[in-house]
Design a protein around this ligand. Structure first.
Ligand code: ZN
Length: 135
């Protein structure tokens, strides 16, 4: 296996999963807390299963600069929710299945929709939060 250098990581995603109404409310609180503290893109809610994900979730897109702030914050504040954090190198299959890390419960990932063909350059993250609080 060839060594991949850090420059292949274009950005990261955190997927915040929820199961049932109580966890969805927790996910709403965490979403507001993230938006108040971090420069990220908060993706839309997926109450129905989408892509390789086997539980409802929303996605948080963030840059490598935000990783050492957001990921430790999620370690401390995810409550009981499962969180998947993966790099975006353009090869979605290995990004999700080999290079990811989990906080809490490890969920199944459906490899069907994922590819290891380079899907081209990641567009710049369209930040949609306006942080006012320090993490
Ligand atoms: Zn993702």
């Amino acid at each position: 296996m060839t060594v991949q250098n850090l420059g292949t990581i274009r950005s990261y995603h955190a997927h915040i999963y929820f199961d049932g109404p109580a966890q969805r409310r927790t996910a709403e609180i965490i979403r507001e807390e993230i938006g108040a503290r971090f420069s990220v893109r908060l993706g839309r809610w997926h109450d129905r299963l989408v892509g390789p994900h086997t539980r409802p979730m929303y996605q948080v897109s963030f840059s490598a600069d935000e990783f050492p702030r957001l990921v430790p914050w999620l370690m401390l504040n995810r409550r009981d929710l499962a969180v998947l954090i993966h790099p975006n190198t353009g090869r979605s299959k290995s990004d999700h299945l080999s290079h990811a890390l989990w906080l809490g419960e490890i969920l199944a990932i459906n490899a069907g929709p994922l590819s290891d063909e380079d899907d081209g350059p990641e567009p710049p993250i369209d930040l949609n939060t306006t942080p006012t609080l320090k993490p």
